[in-house]
Structure formats: structure tokens, C-alpha cells
Design a binder for this molecule. Structure first.
Ligand code: PSU
Ligand code: MN
Length: 309
């Protein structure tokens, strides 16, 4: 048997107390703060997202890597520093050991946040748009590590679907192939981030929070290795028309190809381009759906905590 040195992991005060008491917690990523939105909207949104988790009935735990330590439950000042400091690198699962070994600082994606959440003993996570299979993946093989991490970390992921810049049909196929349970909460269709529907039918719609809690519990009782994806749409008043978003995405994809952008820089590039093409309307919708999803995440985490208690 190999032994390891203990991992440098720090829990925020409130998170540590909630863990000790068995209270519900929702883990949150920090890459959306550093790479998703511009300053100061990102800092403002991060605060509102944490408030929304609380309104749903759980404790928020924003995750990041700071000077070689995994922080689970970043404080307001750290979140503000991440939001306002340019150049903090995006850290996905495979980057984690390197950043930690070097004593570096980085913003966690959905994938690496799930790794940290599981280590800390947190069973719920929320973000608006998960990563997925990129358009053109049949030649680029660009598939987000988020999807692979869902097969490994026992954390339920509450989201508004995958980012609509992706190939959502292939994303759903990938999840099915890899045995990741997918359910929608209060929607017949798989949502598309800040759009109400992707046009793709959900395999299972569940509106009862207790049935969702039982589903998560049973998945793990059955020996399921990874998580459960729970997708819930944005509020109607926050949503962007799918055709309008699609037109902007197609245009952004053309300029991305022209500018030779690919790999882990493509997500941020496309999202910013779409924001510009829609006069900032998609950025507004992105902020709103992060907040509404976090509220649902808090509610579902609380239902799960009641169920297993
Ligand atoms: N939301 C945004 N912008 C982003 C992301 C989310 O508005 O850049 C991030 C998330 O952190 C997600 C990651 O985990 O993109 C996926 O990136 P990739 O496809 O390179 O795995
Ligand atoms: Mn990628």
C-alpha cells in the first residue's frame, strides 16, 4: 500500500461547522468567477450566488486553490481578490496535483471543484452551465473533463444544463454511455444554460424534491461510482430566446476558427464573443441563471440532508 502526505486542505469556518453538524452544504466553483464574467459583475454575482444557496437552505462553499492549498469555503475577501486579479489560471482535475505541488493559485472548474468537494465530504454542487462535448468534437476530441469527473466523484451536480456553446446532443449521449444518471427538476426538456430548452427531451423529469433526494441516495446505494446530474431551467423572465442565442453562437464559432482559438481557452472566448454579439444580454442571463440554479441547489441539498439524516 502506498501512503501519501496529507493534502493541504482548509475548510472555511462556516463550512467546517456545517460539516460537523451534518447540515446541508452546496459546493461552488471559482473558475466561473475568474473566467466566466468580467469584474465587478463576477464578484457581485459570486456574492448573490452564495446568498441564493442560503435562501435555498444550505451553506455555500466556494472552492479555489490559494498558495498551494485547497480552500473549501472561500471568504469574501478571497473571492474578491480572485474576481479582481487578472491571470489566475483555470485549474481542471488534471492540473490540481501540479498546482498544489508548486504552491500555486488557481480557479477550480466544475471538475476540480467536485474533487475538492468530495474530499471535504460535501455531496452537492451547483453551477449554471457544466462543461460538455464541444461542437466539432468528432475531429477535435474536445470533451470537458467535467463529464469524466461525473463518473468519479460522488457529488450531485445541480445545473441549468450544459453551456449552449457545446454540442448538447452529444453531451447527453456521453452521459448516458458513462452511466451518469440525468434528471430534470421542473422541466420536460434538458435546459440549455440561459435558454429554457435545448430542444432535447429529459430522460426523467422529477418535480418532488424528496424523490430527487431518494434518487441520489439510491444511486450511491447501488454502488454508483460518480454523481447524479440534476438540471433545472432558468426562470422564464431571465431566459434568452434559443434562436437568438444560437445565431450569436454560430457567429462566434466562425471568429473562433478564424482566430485559431481551441483547447481550454475556447469556452471563455466563445462566451465573451456571444456576450458582445447580444449586447451583454447573455452575460445578464448568465448571472441570473447562476443565482437561480444556486437557490435550487440549496433547496435540493437541504432535501437530501433531511432524507439521509
Ligand atoms: N462558466 C462560464 N465560463 C466558464 C466556465 C463556466 O461562464 O469558463 C467553465 C466551468 O468552470 C467549466 C469549464 O467547468 O468552463 C469547462 O471548461 P472545459 O470545457 O475546458 O473543460
Ligand atoms: Mn476542453
Amino acid at each position: 500500500m502506498t501512503t501519501h502526505t496529507p493534502l493541504p486542505i482548509d475548510l472555511g469556518e462556516e463550512v467546517a461547522a456545517a460539516l460537523a453538524a451534518g447540515d446541508s452544504i452546496v459546493a461552488l466553483e471559482s473558475n466561473v468567477i475568474t473566467h466566466g464574467l468580467p469584474y465587478p459583475d463576477n464578484a457581485l454575482t459570486a456574492r448573490k450566488v452564495e446568498d441564493a444557496v442560503r435562501a435555498g437552505g444550505a451553506v455555500p462553499a466556494t472552492i479555489g486553490i490559494d498558495a498551494g492549498r485547497i480552500i473549501v469555503g472561500m471568504g469574501e475577501r478571497d473571492i474578491d481578490r480572485f474576481a479582481s486579479t487578472p491571470g489566475i489560471p483555470k485549474v481542471s482535475s488534471r492540473d490540481l496535483p501540479v498546482i498544489l505541488a508548486r504552491g500555486g493559485t488557481g480557479a477550480t472548474t466544475v471538475a476540480s471543484s467536485l474533487v475538492a468537494a468530495e474530499l471535504a465530504g460535501i455531496t452537492f454542487f451547483s453551477s449554471a452551465g457544466i462543461g460538455g462535448v464541444h461542437r466539432g468534437a468528432e475531429t477535435t476530441m474536445d470533451i470537458s473533463a467535467d463529464l469524466v469527473q461525473f463518473t468519479r466523484s460522488k457529488v450531485a451536480v445541480v445545473c441549468a444544463g450544459a453551456k449552449n456553446i457545446l454540442d448538447l446532443k452529444l453531451t447527453l449521449e456521453f452521459l448516458e454511455t458513462h452511466c451518469v444518471p440525468l434528471i430534470t427538476y421542473r422541466s420536460d426538456d434538458f435546459p440549455a444554460f440561459y435558454c429554457l430548452s435545448s430542444g432535447l427531451r429529459s430522460p426523467h423529469r422529477i418535480d418532488d424534491e424528496n424523490v430527487i433526494a431518494r434518487t441520489v441516495d439510491h444511486h450511491w446505494a447501488l454502488g454508483g461510482a460518480g454523481g447524479v446530474v440534476i438540471a433545472t431551467p432558468p426562470r422564464e423572465e431571465d431566459a434568452i430566446d434559443r434562436d437568438e442565442a444560437e445565431a450569436a453562437i454560430e457567429q462566434a464559432l466562425v471568429t473562433a476558427r478564424r482566430d485559431g482559438v481551441s483547447g481550454n481557452a475556447i469556452t471563455k472566448y466563445l462566451m465573451r464573443a456571444v456576450d458582445e454579439l447580444t449586447g451583454g444580454r447573455t452575460a445578464e442571463a448568465n448571472m441570473a441563471v447562476l443565482i437561480s440554479t444556486a437557490e435550487a441547489g440549496g433547496r435540493l441539498a437541504a432535501a437530501y440532508a433531511r432524507h439521509v439524516r
